[in-house]
Write a protein that binds this ligand. Sequence first.
Ligand SMILES: [Zn+2]
Length: 112
Amino acid sequence: MTQILDGLKQQLGIPQTIILQLVDTNTRAFSVQPDTHGAFLVKIDAHFLLHLDDEETKAAMAHELGHVWIYTHHPFLHTEALANEIAVRVVSRQALQKLYSKVWQFETSIAD
Ligand SMILES: [Zn+2]
């Protein structure tokens, strides 16, 4: 996963340190937030990750890096759609769609 991440960072021109953390529960499946040292912390639900294939894992990383890119370039334009626009520079739209259908299933199962 670190290899996938490094490749995507390079492609998107993101020099910031990204810390990947597998957590027991993340109700949004995966998310990113700035930490206090100029790095970014990506939290991934470990159970959700088990359901993703390599392509979907890469799409998830690309989406979160899209958020990092927005944080560092256009912090006032923070939307999910823009994060995905950045993600499709490096992964296919189809991979993102597959990922999102799993995110929705995941969120529904938590809501239950
Ligand atoms: Zn997002």
